[in-house]
Design a protein around this ligand. Structure first.
Ligand SMILES: NC(=O)c1ccc[n+]([C@@H]2O[C@H](COP(=O)([O-])OP(=O)(O)OC[C@H]3O[C@@H](n4cnc5c(N)ncnc54)[C@H](OP(=O)(O)O)[C@@H]3O)[C@@H](O)[C@H]2O)c1
Length: 215
């Protein structure tokens, strides 16, 4: 079965998945890099940067699930670029010539453009369609593997609301952002549809694992 999975989605203690004031200079607005410090400390991250060191504990174990068994990603327009990127025909995302996805990536946007093929197996497809429809396209492209629901918070909220998410790994960071884009709004009762495990890490973050309850 091809699952729709969220991996390592980081939120503040007050539920924000990004800050306020997003720009080309500040992709997470006033949140800066604070939502992902726990990840940057892992050995997995260090390996990706070609650096030695990094933690080998529970944070590293969880983050290593990010790509395993994933054959495609769906992301929102707000993850692909800064506000206004669609007016910049040269914008190719934040990730350089060889993005770390190595799969087809479906970018949900009202401003579609032709597919963008970059090095290392990543092709961005720009689609304007309902979440269920895009999930169907991504599943087909994933060739039997899982589809990662990549964020940001607005599109994850839409997918959760539509009941399309099979598994969610969210990471609660002990940080009060106070403002930004909330993950949990409009999802009252979500816990009734999932079996939830919480694992505290010595780093201070809590890993929440939501598995869809069999119906
Ligand atoms: N905390 C984390 O782990 C994490 C992970 C990933 C990203 N982020 C951050 O999250 C922020 C972006 O999140 P966000 O909530 O602002 O935006 P987002 O969820 O990335 O994208 C939302 C946008 O996608 C487009 N869209 C969504 N559904 C659509 C549909 N059905 N059809 C067509 N277009 C659709 C719309 O853009 P248009 O109308 O403009 O096309 C919408 O405004 C960034 O700061 C990013 O760095 C955080």
């Amino acid at each position: 079965v091809s699952l729709a999975r969220i991996q390592s989605f980081s939120i503040s203690l007050d539920g924000f998945g990004t800050g306020e004031g997003l720009s080309r200079e500040e992709p997470f607005g006033h949140a800066g890099e604070r939502l992902h410090q726990w990840m940057f400390a892992t050995r997995w991250w260090h390996e990706m940067q070609g650096e030695p060191g990094g933690s080998r504990g529970i944070d590293d174990a969880f983050v290593r699930l990010h790509d395993v068994g994933v054959g495609a990603e769906i992301m929102g327009a707000g993850k692909f670029g800064y506000p206004g990127w669609h007016d910049d025909p040269d914008w190719q995302g934040w990730w350089g010539l060889e993005p770390p996805f190595h799969t087809p990536v479906f970018v949900l946007t009202h401003h579609t453009r032709p597919p963008l093929e970059l090095e290392g197996g990543t092709t961005f497809h720009f689609v304007d369609a309902a979440p269920a429809e895009v999930l169907g396209m991504a599943r087909e492209a994933a060739n039997g593997q899982d589809v990662r629901i990549g964020g940001g918070p607005s599109m994850i909220r839409e997918f959760l609301k539509a009941g399309l998410v099979d598994h969610m790994h969210a990471v609660v960071v002990p940080l009060l952002l106070g403002r930004g884009v909330r993950l949990w709004d409009g999802l009252e009762g979500l816990e009734d549809r999932y079996t939830i495990e919480a694992t505290s890490s010595p780093s201070g973050v809590v890993h929440l694992s939501y598995g869809r309850t069999a119906t």
